[in-house]
Structure formats: C-alpha cells, structure tokens
Write a protein that binds this ligand. Structure first.
Ligand code: IPE
Ligand code: IPE
Ligand code: MG
Length: 239
C-alpha cells in the first residue's frame, strides 16, 4: 500500500507543480464562507512548502491565482490576494531559516502594486538562497505567459529564422527553471485550468480527490510514490 511507504530518494521529482483546488467546496461543505476555505488553504500551503523542503524537492510551483480567477466576486479576489501578501510577510523568517528562494510567475502588470512590491521584496531578499525554490503562480495563465513571451520576442525584433522552441522557452517567465516532472491537482478535477501549458508538455499528472485544505505532507508523499511508478518515455521507446 502506497501510504505506508516512503518515496525513494533517488527518484524525487526535481520540480512539482500544484493546482491547489477545492477551498470553496471545503467551506461550502461546512456551511462557511468561501473565504474561510482560502484561509484553511493557506495553512495547507505552509505545511506543503515545509514538507517539500524536507523531501529535498528543488522547485515547487504553487498555483495560487489564475488569470481567469478575476471573474470571481471582488470580495473573494481581494481576500485571496491579501492572504498571499500576509503569507509572504508571515513566512519570511521561515524562508530565511530553510534557505527558501521565492520566485514569481504570472503577469506583473495587472497585479495590485502593494502585492507586487511585497513579492519583489521577498524575491530580492531570498535570491541568494539555494534551498527549495517556491514559484508563486499568481495572476498566472499558461496562455498569457506564452502571449507575453511572443510580445517580448517581437519587441526585441527577432526574425522568423531565429524562432524555435529554445528561443520561445527563453522568453518565458522563468526560463532557467526545469520543466515540471509532476503536476498535482487536488479536489478531483481532471483539467489543467491553464497551468504551465508550455512547461508541462511531458509532466506526469496525479489527481487527488482530497480538497486542498485537507491535504497534508502525507498526501504529497503518496503523490510522489504514484509518480515513481510511472514510465516516462518522452515520445521514445523504453529499451
Ligand atoms: C482553489 O480553490 C483556490 C483558487 C482558485 C484561488 P477554489 O476557490 O477554486 O475552490 P473550489 O474549486 O470552488 O472548491
Ligand atoms: C485553478 O482552479 C486555479 C487555481 C488553483 C489557482 P480553478 O478553480 O480556478 O479552476 P476551474 O475553474 O475549476 O477550472
Ligand atoms: Mg476551484
């Protein structure tokens, strides 16, 4: 049974992306406001960042707010963005202690100024750390990231003969970050919802039925165990 095992240290994924879904349903099940679900979800994010760091994972991308999430009520949007800011302030000492490096992916231009400035502060203060890199996907959409990359390519006057996959990749938000090996989605939905559209071309997907506020470090270990049973071929044939 997967749950009693420990992931093999030799096959720990280098980069894990998590679609942290199910906060609203968690709250609704309890007759609470959706915002309460986000508050609980924040506690889970704390726990999972710690667990990922303890497991020796190098990159963890957390999908916190999508370019489509602006469709929600302003109250909920502001609550989520405010929580992210609070998280960055509250966890700063922990980042320093664990040598965690913060990064961001997503559109900076349409983020509220105070949140962007907090993100930039923490990025600057943790830029020399060599522990886990936490990549905050905030105001992120995979299509938006590719669209912004194409705009920058045009701005730099690149010609058709210069454009290939390597060049396009180099214009993405974090070109030095390796592609995700494993994408986890909580709360049971089988879709990408615009997460890492370019980067996840050969990622393994693990869907967990558990709602994000109920997720634990043990669920992370179980997802890694499931990943370790996959046969990654990248279009080739196993010898
Ligand atoms: C995920 O939880 C958090 C964000 C999208 C910001 P949801 O708020 O989508 O929760 P559900 O899917 O409605 O349960
Ligand atoms: C994906 O969840 C976005 C985040 C987790 C931030 P959504 O709840 O927005 O996705 P859909 O609407 O179910 O596809
Ligand atoms: Mg959702």
């Amino acid at each position: 049974m997967a749950s009693s095992k420990t992931p093999q240290e030799t096959q720990i994924p280098t980069h894990i992306g998590i679609i942290m879904d199910g906060n609203g349903r968690w709250a609704q099940k309890r007759g609470q406001l959706r915002t309460q679900g986000h508050l609980e979800g924040l506690k889970t994010a704390r726990e999972i960042v710690r667990a990922a760091s303890d497991l020796g994972i190098k990159y963890l991308t957390l999908y916190a707010f999508s370019t489509e999430n602006w469709k929600r009520a302003a109250e909920e949007v502001n609550f989520i963005l405010g929580l992210v800011k609070q998280y960055l302030i509250a966890e700063f000492d922990f980042f320093k202690q664990y040598k965690i490096k913060l990064r961001h992916t997503g559109d900076e231009e349409t983020l509220p100024e105070d949140i962007l400035s907090e993100i930039k502060t923490v990025i600057a203060e943790t830029s020399n750390f060599e522990g886990l890199s936490v990549i905050l996907a905030l105001n992120y959409g995979g299509r938006d990231e590719i669209t912004r990359a194409v705009k920058r390519i045009l701005r730099e006057g690149k010609t058709e003969s210069e454009i290939d996959e390597k060049l396009l990749h180099s214009f993405l938000d974090n070109p030095d970050v390796p592609d995700p090996d494993l994408i986890i989605r909580t709360a049971g939905e089988f879709r990408t919802s615009n997460f890492l559209i370019w980067e996840a071309a050969y990622a393994e997907y693990v869907i967990s039925n558990t709602l994000w506020p109920d997720w634990t470090g043990k669920d992370l270990k179980d997802a890694i165990l499931e990943y370790q049973q996959r046969d990654r071929r990248f279009g080739g044939i196993k010898s």
